[in-house]
Ligand binder design. Structure first.
Ligand SMILES: Nc1ncnc2c1ncn2[C@@H]1O[C@H](COP(=O)(O)OP(=O)(O)OP(=O)(O)O)[C@@H](O)[C@H]1O
Length: 480
C-alpha cells in the first residue's frame, strides 16, 4: 500500500520535493499500523509537518475509506521477520582512533602548502567587513567569518529553503542532531554564505564559542606545515579544540590522501566530542572522486542538503535585497529584467548588478531595462552562447526524430533510452549543472541514473562507432 501511495504522491508533488522527502521513507506495515522510517530527524519533522496529512488521505482512499494508523520514526525498516528497532543513529566513533603513520604527504599536498602558506591568512571570499573568529591554540593563523553573511542577509526561496532551515537548526543547536551538516550544490549558490551565517549565529548566541572557518586548502597547508615543523600534535590539538569546524569546498581534498586521513580523525574526534562539523562541497558526497569511501560515508551521517540554483522570483528578491544593501533604488521591473537574463548563479547575478550600479553611477543614468541591456552587453552575449539542457534536449530529440517529452518520460524502449542517455551525457559535459540537477531536468530522475548514462555513453563510444559519430556530431552542433 505504501508503494501505491508513493505512486500517487509522485504525481502530486514536484520531483525535487518528492525525491527529497517522500522517496527516502521506508515502510513497515504490521497489525493495521503503518510505520514510516525517515533517514534522520530533520526529514521526519518536515514530513510530519508538511506531508503527513496528505499521506493519510491517500492511504485512506487506497484502503477503501479506512485509514491505517501512521507513525514515524528515525531509522530504517526492519527486514521481513525482524523486530522493529531503532537504527541509523550514527554508530559512535571511537575518539581514540589508532592513528598509524598512514598515508604519506603527496607532492600535490606539498604544492598546496607552498602556495597557501605564502598568503598571510585565510581570505574571505568577499571584501565586506570581516571579524576574526576567536581561536586559540598553538597554530597561530587567523580564520575569518564574514560578518555580512548572516541569515538576515540571506534571501530565502524554494531553491534554498531546506538548506537554510537546516543551517538555522544547526546554528541553534550546534553539535546536536545534524552533525555533520553537509551543504552541497553548484558554484556561487550561497553555500559559503550559509556556512558563515551559521558561524555568526553560533557566536552571537554564545560569544565564547570557538568557531573555525577555513577553506580546505588551508587545512591541507596547515597540516603539511605542521608535519614539516614536527608540530602535528599542536595541529591536532588546535583543530580538535573548536566548538564548530567549518570547512569550505571539501572537494579540494580529492587525491590529498594524508589530508583526508588527518581530516577523518579530526572529524571523528569532533563528532565524538559533540562539536559541530559543517562541510560544503560542489557535489553530492558519493560523487566526489578520489576521496576515501569511509570519509564519504561519514559525511552522510548527519544531514546532507542541496542548495539549488534560485528560481526567477528568488533571483529578483536577491537583487532587490542587494540593491537595498547598497542603498540603490532598483525598480522591480529592472530587477526582473536582470534576473531573467542572468540565470546561472547568485555570484554572477551580484556581479551583473554591481556593473549596472557602477555604470549608472558614472553616467548619472537611471537604471532602466534598455540601460541594463547596454551595460551588460558583453555578459549577455556570453550567456546567449552557453549551452543549456533545454537546448541539448531539443537538438537530441530532433536528431533522433523523437519528442522532447519522450526524453523526459518514463518510457524505456531502446529508441528512447539511448537518446536520453546521450542527452544526459552531453548535459554533464557541456553545462555546469550537477548530476541531481540534470536528473531533475530529465523528468525528475535520480542522479545515479545520470551517472550511469554518462558511464554508458563513454563505454559505447569505445565499442560502437555509430554512437561515437552521433556524439561527435552533437558536440559540433551544440558548440559551434
Ligand atoms: N540566497 C541568497 N541571498 C543573498 N545572497 C546570496 C544568496 N545566495 C548566494 N548569495 C550571494 O552570492 C554570492 C556567492 O555565494 P557563496 O560564496 O556563498 O557561494 P558558494 O555556493 O559558496 O560558491 P562556491 O561553490 O563557488 O564556493 C555571495 O556574495 C552570497 O552572499
Amino acid at each position: 500500500m505504501w508503494h501505491q501511495c508513493l505512486e500517487v504522491l509522485r504525481d502530486e508533488f514536484p520531483a525535487q520535493q518528492f525525491n527529497t522527502w517522500l522517496r527516502p521513507l521506508q515502510s513497515d506495515h504490521r497489525e493495521g499500523q503503518l510505520m514510516l522510517f525517515a533517514p534522520n530527524r530533520f526529514v521526519m519533522d518536515w514530513v510530519n509537518e508538511k506531508y503527513l496529512r496528505r499521506i493519510e488521505e491517500v492511504l485512506k482512499d487506497l484502503n477503501g475509506g479506512q485509514a491505517p494508523r501512521v507513525n514515524m520514526k528515525v531509522g530504517s525498516a526492519p527486514r521481513e521477520g525482524e523486530p522493529v528497532k531503532r537504527s541509523e543513529a550514527p554508530a559512535r566513533v571511537n575518539g581514540q582512533v589508532q592513528e598509524e603513520a598512514g598515508s604519506r604527504v603527496t607532492e600535490e599536498e606539498k604544492g598546496v602548502a607552498a602556495t597557501v602558506a605564502s598568503t598571510p591568512s585565510v581570505r574571505p571570499k568577499s571584501d565586506t567587513q570581516r571579524r576574526p573568529v576567536q581561536v586559540e591554540g598553538d597554530i597561530k593563523h587567523q580564520s575569518f567569518l564574514n560578518e555580512g553573511f548572516t541569515f538576515e542577509t540571506f534571501v530565502e526561496g524554494k531553491s534554498n529553503q531546506l538548506a537554510r532551515a537546516a543551517s538555522m537548526q544547526v546554528a541553534e543547536n550546534p553539535g546536536g542532531a545534524y552533525n555533520p551538516l553537509f551543504l552541497y550544490g553548484g558554484v556561487g549558490l550561497g553555500k559559503t554564505h550559509l556556512m558563515h551565517a551559521i558561524g555568526n549565529e553560533i557566536v552571537r548566541r554564545n560569544p565564547k564559542a570557538k568557531v573555525a572557518y577555513l577553506r580546505s586548502e588551508r587545512f591541507v597547508a596547515d597540516m603539511v606545515k605542521a608535519l614539516q615543523l614536527n608540530a602535528i600534535n599542536e595541529f591536532k590539538r588546535y583543530y580538535r579544540s573548536v566548538d564548530a569546524l567549518l570547512i569550505d569546498d571539501i572537494q579540494f581534498f580529492a587525491r590529498k590522501e594524508r589530508s583526508q586521513e588527518e581530516f577523518f580523525h579530526t572529524f571523528n574526534a569532533l563528532l565524538e566530542g559533540g562539536q559541530q562539523v559543517i562541510v560544503t562541497c560542489d557535489r553530492f558526497p558519493k560523487e566526489i572522486v578520489d576521496m576515501e569511501e569511509r570519509l564519504k560515508s561519514r559525511f552522510g551521517w548527519g544531514l546532507t542538503v542541496m542548495v539549488e540554483p534560485p528560481e526567477l522570483e528568488t533571483r529578483v528578491a536577491i537583487l532587490m535585497k542587494k540593491a537595498d544593501q547598497a542603498n540603490v533604488k532598483l525598480s522591480s521591473e529592472a530587477a526582473f529584467f536582470i534576473a531573467q537574463k542572468i540565470r546561472s548563479n547568485v555570484r554572477e547575478l551580484e556581479g551583473a548588478l554591481r556593473l549596472v550600479i557602477a555604470n549608472a553611477h558614472f553616467t548619472g543614468s537611471e537604471i532602466t531595462p534598455p540601460f541594463i541591456r547596454e551595460s551588460l552587453k558583453d555578459l549577455l552575449a556570453l550567456h546567449e552562447k552557453q549551452v543549456s539542457i533545454d537546448n541539448i534536449q531539443r537538438t537530441v530529440a530532433e536528431y533522433y526524430k523523437i519528442k522532447v517529452a519522450d526524453l523526459l518520460s518514463k518510457r524505456r524502449t531502446r529508441t528512447v533510452t539511448r537518446p536520453r542517455q546521450v542527452a544526459m551525457a552531453l548535459s554533464k559535459e557541456l553545462t555546469n549543472h550537477s548530476l541531481p540537477e540534470i536528473g531533475d531536468a530529465f523528468g525528475g530522475r535520480d542522479h545515479t541514473t545520470v551517472l550511469h548514462a554518462c558511464k554508458k555513453i563513454v563505454e559505447l563510444q569505445e565499442t560502437d562507432p555509430g554512437i561515437r559519430e552521433d556524439y561527435q556530431n552533437f558536440m559540433r552542433l551544440l558548440t559551434t
